[in-house]
Design a protein. Structure first.
Length: 66
């Protein structure tokens, strides 16, 4: 029986930064924004909403709204 669950959203317990970068590159490539690991460094400390607004402002895409 599971009694508790810990969500590690900031990489303190598990180093998940590489997974976030991979997901960020995949998600934004689906709207035509090609990101490198170096570009992803610019958004490393942002929330998902902040990241989405950041890339949309820099490379606006069509068809899918924020």
């Amino acid at each position: 029986m599971i009694r508790s669950v810990i969500f590690d959203m900031d990489g303190v317990l598990i180093d998940s930064e590489h997974l976030w970068k991979k997901a960020e590159m995949e998600v934004f490539s689906s709207v035509g924004v090609r990101l490198s690991e170096e570009l992803c460094q610019q958004t490393a400390c942002m929330t998902t909403g902040e990241v989405t607004r950041f890339w949309y402002k820099k490379y606006p895409w069509k068809g899918i709204t924020l």
